[in-house]
Ligand binder design. Structure first.
Ligand code: SF4
Length: 64
């Protein structure tokens, strides 16, 4: 099952762990803030890992 991830740009600190884990789904804007590439859906295990890994709690995941 997939989950759709979102990133709160106000919380993101640009540390890059998310892009290292999901380079197909996460890129960075010109200011170094992570942004999700549409449709932003990843495997649920990867979604959980992304949520747990983000040091600023900027990533959330919802069931699709
Ligand atoms: S891991 Fe979190 S703080 Fe780091 S770039 Fe990704 S969303 Fe931003």
């Amino acid at each position: 099952m997939n989950r759709r991830i979102t990133i709160d740009g106000d919380l993101c600190q640009g540390t890059g762990e998310c892009a290292a884990l999901a380079s197909q789904t996460v890129t960075f804007d010109p200011l170094g803030i992570a942004v999700v590439q549409p449709p932003g859906e990843v495997d649920e295990n990867l979604a959980d890992l992304l949520v747990r890994t983000c040091p600023s709690g900027a990533i959330s995941a919802e069931s699709t």
